[in-house]
Write a protein that binds this ligand. Sequence first.
Ligand SMILES: Cc1cc2nc3c(=O)[nH]c(=O)nc-3n(C[C@H](O)[C@H](O)[C@H](O)COP(=O)(O)O)c2cc1C
Length: 179
Amino acid sequence: MQYLFLSGSLRKESLNTQLLQLAAKHTGSPLSAIVDLNQYNIPLYSGDIEAVGIPDGVQKLSQKIEQAQAIIIASPEYNYSISGVLKNTIDWVSRVRPMPFRKKPILLLAASMGPIAGIRGLWQTRIPLEGLGNYVYPDMFSLGVAHEALNEEGFTNPDDQKRFATTLDGFSEFAKRFS
Ligand SMILES: Cc1cc2nc3c(=O)[nH]c(=O)nc-3n(C[C@H](O)[C@H](O)[C@H](O)COP(=O)(O)O)c2cc1C
């Protein structure tokens, strides 16, 4: 299974990117399968920019999405909702034809410093992805107080590790049905 991992945070020390590193390890994927959006220079969406041409970074990312058999997204919740960085990326990619975000099995993860764990943001994140016709896995994984729940070795609480592994394994079975 060829996975692509996408973080909704651009931060170097992002807890969400850390979750993706753990997901890559669990699925036996290379760390290079984790997209660093900082390297794609994707502008804020504007129809004027699009009229000149789809930016190179969007095209490059779209190719990666097209090639992936399954996508795992980890994203922070910003003000109870989807990360603007992620929404802008989805909006740009939705302008590419054929649409890369279509009929892709997608798993949503969130790490948050707050106790509600980013789950409200994930429900909002489902909307554009499902609207585009993807197969968003029903279970989602969200980790609250993640700056304490994660350390350099992984999860500090074995229950979180178990829940994470169960979600990833369930998604892997789900994704196989579409490839
Ligand atoms: C603009 C902004 C809004 C935020 N809103 C929320 C929120 O609604 N709920 C929440 O749990 N955390 C919120 N946070 C805190 C994030 O959970 C925290 O910054 C998290 O570490 C971001 O993810 P990252 O570590 O992957 O960058 C917000 C942070 C920022 C910068």
